[in-house]
Design a protein around this ligand. Sequence first.
Ligand code: IPT
Length: 987
Amino acid sequence: MSTDVDVTYVESPAPGHGRLRPRACFGSDVPAVDLDGDWRFRLAAGLGDLTAGFQEPGFQDIGWDEMPVPAFWQLNDYGKAAYLNIDYPFPVDPPRVPDANPTGEYRRGFELPADFPLERAVLRFEGVDSCFAVWVNGVLLGDGKGSRLPTEFDASRAVRHGRNVVAVRVHQWSAGSYLEDQDMWWMSGIFRSVRLLARGLEDYFVHADYDHVTGTGTLSVETTAPNARLSVPELGLADVDPAGPYTAAVQPWSDEAPKLYEGELVVDGERVPLRIGFRRVLVEDGQITVNGRPILLRGVNRHEWHPRTGRTLDRETMLADVLLMKRHNVNAVRTSHYPPHPDFLALCDEHGLWVIDECDYETHGFESLGWAGNPSAEPVWREALLDRAARMVERDKNHPSIIMWSLGNEAGDGENLAAMAAWIRGRDGSRLIHYEGAWRSCAYVDVYSRMYAGHEEVDEIGRRVEAATENPADDAHRRAIPFIQCEYGHAMGNGPGGLRDYQDLFEKYPRLAGGFIWEWIDHGIEQTDEDGVTFYAYGGDFGEELHDSNFVADGLIFPDRTPSPGLLDFKKVVEPVHVTVAADARTLEIRNLHHSRDTGYLRWEWNLEAGGVEIAAGALEIEPVAPGESRTVAWPKEAVDPAADAAGDGELWLTVRGVLAADELWAEAGHEIAWGQGRIEADAGADAAAAAARQAATSAAARTPEVADGVIRLGDATFDAQTGVLRSIGGIDVEGPRLDIWRAPIDNEVWGEHGPRHEPLNSRWHGAGLHRMHHKTLGVSVAENGLEVRTRLAAAAVGFGLDVLYRWATDEAGVLWLDVVVDPYGAWTVPLPRLGVALTLPGEYDHVEWFGLGPGEAYRDAANGTRVGRYRASVAELQTPYVRPQENGNRHDVRWARITDAAGDRGLSVLGAPVVDVSVKPWSTRELEAAKHRNELRPDGRIHVHLDHAHQGVGSAACGPLLPEKDTLHAAHAEFRIGFAEIDGES
Ligand code: IPT
């Protein structure tokens, strides 16, 4: 017990005590001592359990455990991470927090060399979650809050040469927690670096403007030191007064050409390196312009995440994010929902990404209270909020990549937000102000920002015909400013779908400046099961009292940073250069959507494939296309006039790819940026002849079924005479195919539209029994030209279902053709998850080769990242390991597939007529649906093959609009055909 300790700061709305005023984060050669590494640690259960005198240098911490800094204690054997999206994990009774307030007591010794200037000692914390107090050698320096913001204390009166002891008390919960209700794991500790440094130059502010009309840059560096000198060799500035202003012809900074001028400030012998980017950000004619040209944000929302270290990231991980973004045509990041580690911003400056830097502020849990008591509107919180805004702006103001300051996320509305905006405007007029929660009036923001608006609404906004706001003055302002979707395309699990439709709108209407996918990465926590198999934990896995399950896993990349199919889809959708391969005109159109880069950095390659086999390839010389321009060129002559015999080998496809001609900082030469594909139709006569031949082959059934011993034989296939279900094809034992309409529901179907307005599809489907349909055989009839099986498919307790007719016939080539005719009966009230047939094969047929879209999974509304070709993969490789198992791995528009053994010479051949969706799994839909984590899925010894006529789209309804009608699969009359043949290498 330690009643002598003053802990009133914990529940005080005040942002801290004893702190130095905020300033820029910058490197310098002042003496500094890195305090990262192992600290002594004890976790107290609450304020009643603190260790008296732990801050004293002589305190005996022998026997205390060790805790790494930077790190979260919940990821280092103390306490448990907890995931909640919107709700607070404690009673909403601000500023009070629970008695059970785990408090980390940290201690470490460090040496200060004899030449360290003690009078200038500053102790700097880059991030401590959520509240802390600091002592050096037993002297209290102060306390702080604002987890993702830096805090500095003057340590001069406490430090000495030789050995020192720093002690930090970190509280899991504090008044500050009310301001940090972001949708993420609650975790605590000193999670960013700690340093003791000698204060030198206090602060500087680079003003580097660019006039695109004259090509002139204007530089002025404000500093807190009157005697500071500036050098920027490339601009011919040597040892000059930083204030300037200096003008020079410069190359501007942009996401595409992130030109940085290296410079240096020198003050009293201290050297501070500068990286200067010249640019001008404005709203002009209702558009966001940079350097005089409109920008289109092809963005992602990025939380800081690593599956082992949480929001503690090393530079390598930050660089991995930047490189992955750049390589997938992402050009913008919103740092949802807090300022990231400062190194990330430096990487954005260097590699070129537009950044919305967001303040560490969210109070979403007040929404369920009707926003009563919301800190955004309560005077008692104003100081804390202004403090947060200032600490973000001061820390990050010298990064050219930042084009907007965001006040925070989901914090309702109120005077304090307007005050933050006003303060920021006064301090830095060179950037725009963003806050989505102000969308109803947009009174104090520069962009009209929304989240998850559906396509129709975005279209209305693009046309400036959206519904008016209450106040006419606000309405006039809002109608005049650009629009962004700060969140859209919720990337939870399988999906998002419908991105192309959004991008078409963004590219169509000048007012629409693009958007940011929610979100970049799944925040799964890496775990290993008893068998040593890795999986990712999500909400509820740590026994939380309240949690939001796997809503924390909704990124474009998996926790280990493997791109999900969603990222590949997005990469194609947001290509900065559109390549249209027009088959009718035999032309190629190159449309450059870049902000300022011409296409001269791309090398153009083409290839021609027949049935997925390359028959010609080459390079194309295309004159650079200026930004905003298009150019149409002729096809390569080999494609205009393909070899006469080529057409016989299947569909002819011309693929044209724009790849990096030379290495860039973020990718090597050859990296693909844009591509287009066009089918070369064989001449009409040949097509007609081929169609006629196919017709003749399938209608002229070569064989008549024979019935004997409870078995029907048709060619080399056998069927169960009772049920009419196929049992074998040649030597392959099969079960099915039978009609199948069920798929393991995806997250967008489990969660439905955010909020209570719609019952999620999954519960409607379960209510209708779609996951437990029964087959009823109505009749099996053998005719001269084949077999006909009539069945009904329906669930217990309901009066609706599907009439299914299977017609089997063989052709002269020995192909077994199945025609399926489906007719719904009764009153259907739900769409179908899928419509196709399912069968199983022996486990040895665990490889698939196909001709169709690939190489990755694709669904009707999320197929942009795939192209027509011939592909091969093992069944294991065909699975997409979503954090929560669900429908995945579909290959779309498949013309033919061969499901074979590893050698590829025995198995089943499947023919689309003309196409079929194919997914092949080592487990059943039932197992896939039941599994909560990927490690729970184990192959069951059979190969489960799904051949679908159609799938319901994937959409993004987990947090977004319902699936559009055009992507919905209704129960309706349908007919489709699939061919089967045995592949037997020996025959
Ligand atoms: C929106 C949040 O801003 C974001 O942090 C995240 O929670 C996302 O939803 C869902 O994953 S808020 C939502 C109520 C629209």
